[in-house]
Ligand binder design. Structure first.
Ligand code: 13P
Length: 354
C-alpha cells in the first residue's frame, strides 16, 4: 500500500509538462538572495516572498510540487492558512528539505559531507503530519584533479541512502540529490567521469539500504565543463554527455530525473533540459527541480515591493511555462522575454549554495 502511494506521488511530481519549484533555501542562502535586491532577510520578508510565489495564479499548470524549508512549512499565509495547505489546496504537492546542510569531511581537505541523520525519523514523522509528501537531501561534491575522493563519495552515498530509507518509512518520496559543483577548471569529460562514479555509488548504497526505487526521484546536476575551464560546449553535447552517464548508472525503475539548475542562468538551464528531452524517449521522465533558474527573475521583478507582486508572479509563471516547454523539447530561445532576460542576469548567482 505504502509502496503504491510512494510511486503515485513520485509519478505525480514528474507528470508530463510539470516540474518542481525548489524554494527550500536555508536562512544563509535566502539572506544572500535577498541582499542582492537590497533586502534584509527577516522572517516576515521570507514569508511574504514565499506566499507570493505559492499564490501565483495558475502555477499548478506547470509546477507539480514545491520544496520548502522547515520554517516555511510552519508559516501561515496572510489569511491564516498554513503555507503547505495553500499549495495542496492549489493542487501542488508540498515537500520538505530535511538535510541540515554540509560540513567539512574530517580527513578530506576541500570535501564536505551532509548532516542530518540524527533524529531524522521523528522529524520526518512531524513533517508528514504537517502535509509534506516528499523530501529532499542534498549531497555536494567538488570536482578537482583528485576529487571527489572515494571516501567522500562513500560517506555521502551512505547518507543519501539512509535518508531515502527513512523517508520511505515515513511515507515520503525521497528526492536523492547528489550535486557535482560547476565551479572549477575541469573539463566536461572529467565531470562525466566524476558524475558516473558518484551515481554508481549512490545506487549501490540505495540498494543496500533496501530503498524502493520506483518511489524515489533523482535530482542530479547536468554534466558540464567547469566554470573556469574556458571550454565552450554546446547544449547538444551537454545533453549527450549527461544522458550517456545517466543511462549507464540510473536504473529504469526510477520514475523521474529532476535536474537542479546549479548556477546556470535560467535560459541555459531551460535550453539544456530541452536538449536532453530532444534526444528521444528515455526510461525515466526528464524534468526540473530548479531553484535559481525559476526564481532569479522573480526576485528582481519583486524588489521587496508589494505593488510589484503581480509582475513578480508573472515572471515566475513565465519561467515555469518555459521550463514546461523544455519537458517535451518545445523550448526556443526566441520564446524568452528579452526584458526579463536582461534583468534576470542582475540577480543571477553562480556561486554554490552554502
Ligand atoms: P538550484 O536550481 O538553484 O541549483 O537549486 C536547486 C536546489 O534545490 C539545490 O539544492
Amino acid at each position: 500500500m505504502r509502496a503504491t502511494s510512494l510511486r503515485a506521488t513520485a509519478e505525480a511530481l514528474v507528470a508530463p509538462g510539470k516540474g518542481i519549484l525548489a524554494a527550500d533555501e536555508s536562512h544563509p542562502t535566502m539572506a544572500k538572495r535577498l541582499a542582492q535586491i537590497g533586502l534584509e532577510s527577516a522572517e516576515a520578508v521570507r514569508r511574504t516572498y514565499r506566499e507570493m510565489l505559492f499564490t501565483a495564479p495558475g502555477l499548478e499548470q506547470h509546477i507539480s510540487g514545491v520544496i520548502l524549508f522547515d520554517e516555511t512549512l510552519r508559516q501561515r499565509a496572510t489569511d491564516g492558512t498554513p503555507l503547505p495547505h495553500v499549495l495542496a489546496r492549489g493542487g501542488i504537492i508540498p515537500g520538505i528539505k530535511v538535510d541540515l546542510g554540509i560540513t567539512p569531511l574530517a580527513g578530506f581537505p576541500d570535501e564536505v559531507v551532509t548532516e542530518g541523520l540524527d533524529g531524522l525519523r521523528s522529524r520526518l514523522e512531524e513533517y508528514a503530519g504537517m502535509g509534506a509528501r516528499f523530501a529532499k537531501w542534498r549531497a555536494v561534491f567538488r570536482i578537482g584533479p583528485a576529487l571527489p575522493t572515494v571516501g567522500c563519495i562513500e560517506a555521502n552515498a551512505h547518507g543519501l541512502a539512509r535518508y531515502a530509507a527513512l523517508s520511505q518509512e515515513a511515507g515520503l518520496v525521497p528526492i536523492v540529490e547528489p550535486e557535482l559543483l560547476m565551479e572549477g577548471t575541469h573539463s566536461i569529460g572529467r565531470c562525466a567521469a566524476a558524475t558516473d562514479a558518484v551515481l554508481r555509488a549512490v545506487y549501490a548504497h540505495l540498494a543496500r539500504q533496501r530503498v524502493v526505487l520506483d518511489g524515489t526521484l533523482l535530482k542530479p546536476s547536468m554534466v558540464l565543463p567547469g566554470t573556469d575551464s574556458g571550454d565552450q560546449v554546446d547544449d547538444g553535447e551537454i545533453a549527450a554527455r549527461t544522458l550517456a552517464v545517466l543511462q549507464d548508472t540510473v536504473p529504469a525503475s526510477v520514475p523521474g530525473i529532476v535536474f537542479l539548475s546549479g548556477g546556470q542562468s535560467p535560459e541555459q538551464a531551460t535550453a539544456r533540459l530541452d536538449a536532453l528531452n530532444r534526444c528521444g524517449p528515455q526510461p525515466w521522465q526528464l524534468s526540473f527541480s530548479f531553484g535559481r533558474a525559476l526564481q532569479a527573475p522573480v526576485l528582481q521583478a519583486w524588489g521587496g515591493r508589494q505593488e510589484n507582486a503581480p509582475d513578480a508572479q508573472d515572471a515566475l509563471l513565465e519561467r515555469a511555462r518555459l521550463s514546461s516547454t523544455a519537458r517535451d523539447g518545445r523550448y526556443r530561445s526566441d520564446l524568452e522575454d528579452s526584458r526579463r532576460t536582461a534583468v534576470g542576469a542582475v540577480v543571477h548567482d553562480v556561486t554554490s549554495r552554502p
